[in-house]
Ligand binder design. Structure first.
Ligand SMILES: [Zn+2]
Length: 214
């Protein structure tokens, strides 16, 4: 399996990557995972990425692409395939990825564009609350704490993260669309994009992707 999952924050990419990967034994690769791996191994690339991250800056495109290329050249990945989760984010990255995969003789099979209406994503994300002490995560609708406003684990107050305030979520969605629409178009021109309705249950979305892929 060699696929890409593209979609806004809160659309359920991570869940789909885990479901697909779990069933087929295919690892999901995200830039976050790749950064952590290289930083833990203290490679040259990892140290470089760490310098940017510790200064609160974005890791430059070139460094990200090089790390991704290194991971994709891994013999294990060449055998198992991969699920790219949230990468590429720009047309430039998509372009480089095409070159890397062509060199490796591992063409992409599909690019799944997961779609859900903004209001659904806002309601999914904006109900999220985290414990101020132990970090346990709750959701006002799908996973409320037993005592409203307090953590079940440690009894500390639970709060909505700044990132999960409705206005912040709408802004993140706007930025995502602006940045990523050209990437989806890029793959559409190559005939690889399939749009998946991700407003349904994760299990239904998963079945859809699986049957489309097989
Ligand atoms: Zn807690």
């Amino acid at each position: 399996m060699r696929v890409i999952l593209i979609g806004p924050p809160g659309v359920g990419k991570g869940t789909q990557a885990a479901l697909l990967g779990g069933r087929k034994g295919v690892p999901s690769l995200s830039s976050g995972e790749i950064f952590r791996r290289e930083i833990e191994a203290q490679t040259d690339l990892g140290r470089m990425a760490q310098r940017y991250i510790s200064h609160g800056e974005l890791v430059p495109n070139g460094v990200t692409i090089e790390m991704m290329a290194k991971r994709l050249r891994d013999p294990e990945i060449r055998r198992s395939g991969f699920i790219l989760d949230g990468f590429p984010r720009t047309v430039r990255q998509a372009d480089s990825l095409q070159e890397i995969l062509a060199d490796l003789g591992l063409p992409l099979q599909r690019v799944y564009s997961l779609y859900a209406p903004d209001e659904l994503i806002v309601s999914r994300l904006s109900g999220r609350m985290g414990c101020t002490k132990c970090g346990a995560i709750y959701h006002s609708l799908s996973k409320p704490s037993t005592r409203e406003g307090y953590c079940d684990v440690c009894n500390s107050p639970i709060v909505v993260r700044t990132d999960d305030q409705p206005d912040t979520i709408r802004e993140r969605l706007r930025i995502f669309r602006e940045e990523t629409a050209p990437v989806i178009e890029f793959y559409e021109e190559l005939g690889l994009t399939r749009v998946i309705d991700a407003s349904r249950d994760a299990e239904e979305v998963y079945k859809d992707i699986l049957s489309e892929l097989e």
